[in-house]
Design a binder for this molecule. Structure first.
Ligand code: SIN
Length: 282
């Protein structure tokens, strides 16, 4: 028998797994939202980590308006958006692509001092098959660590850098980035989530370079262990896009991975990123 779907402020939330993810029904997010709808979505994002919406025909203005309901928008440090819309990050792959965004597990631009609160991705064109996105709960991953490992990680910090990822992407895309400097930042390895207060693991394969308080070999071994642990299937959900689906994820509570199994087909859309704050240790 289907579980009843909880309703808040006229919205229905269909949970997708025990640890994270809910599909939201009953709301047109391309139109201005009421303060009650915004606070309901904000609370739901804190509870579920990632929210999904279907059939939302965003243009750049309505996508930016929806994003701004949750805070100021950031401009991507490597890829500012098109003319008139610097906050829009195009997400596009086709038969000419050499690389896609987000092919390794990551939290968006964790290389910045104040990593984003969250990202809102609208995909308008989907391949006939594939192009799913995986999301994994960083709070569930932390909770499942052994008490001894939690004690070891307490107080450690890690350096995150955009250098390796952005230079690789630019080289593959034929973009000359000589003379450019990419952000880098130090964050606690275990953060206190700014809204829920829950501890979350905050390291990822794309941006984390090293744990600062231990030697290189130990840092590599611990990071490998944490990456593999956080990527366990039981902390994950897999989202299957339809044209005009939208995903809104909390960048401090989940990490994500885009799957490029559809080459040479086209997958296309755009993302906006809501600014966040400095992260505190748990
Ligand atoms: C991203 O990392 O923002 C891209 C995710 C996706 O294309 O599914």
């Amino acid at each position: 028998m289907d579980m009843p779907i909880p309703t808040r402020a006229g919205l229905q939330f269909r949970r997708l797994s025990p640890h994270l993810g809910a599909e939201v029904e009953g709301l047109d997010i391309t139109r201005p939202l009421t303060p009650e709808q915004v606070s309901t979505l904000r609370a739901a994002l804190g509870e579920h980590g990632v929210l999904f919406f279907r059939g939302q025909r965003f243009d750049h203005d309505s996508q930016k308006r929806f994003g701004r309901s949750f805070g100021p928008l950031a401009i991507h440090p490597n890829t500012p958006g098109p003319e008139g819309h610097p906050e829009i990050l195009p997400i596009h792959a086709d038969a000419t692509s050499k690389v896609i965004a987000g092919e390794r597990w990551h939290s968006d631009v964790s290389c910045t001092q104040e990593p984003p609160l969250g990202s809102i991705l609208h995909i308008h064109t989907t391949p006939p098959l594939g192009g799913d996105t995986l999301f994994a709960s960083l709070t569930a991953a932390y909770e499942a660590l052994s008490p001894r490992l939690k004690t070891y990680l307490a107080g450690l910090t890690a350096t995150h850098s955009g250098e390796r990822n952005y230079r690789r992407r630019n080289a593959l895309n034929g973009v000359d980035d000589r003379g450019r400097v990419f952000p880098s930042a130090v964050h606690p390895v275990v953060i206190r989530h700014p809204i829920s207060g829950r501890p979350a693991l905050y390291v990822n394969r794309l941006f984390t370079q090293k744990i600062n308080e231990v030697g290189e070999e130990e840092s590599e071994a611990i990071l490998r262990l944490l990456y593999e642990h956080a990527e366990r299937p039981d902390f994950q959900i897999r989202f299957r896009w339809e044209p005009h689906s939208v995903a809104f994820w909390d960048n401090r509570a989940v990490q994500h991975l885009a799957i490029w199994d559809y080459f040479p087909q086209t997958r296309s859309g755009s993302r906006v990123t809501v600014t966040g704050e400095r992260l505190e240790a748990a």
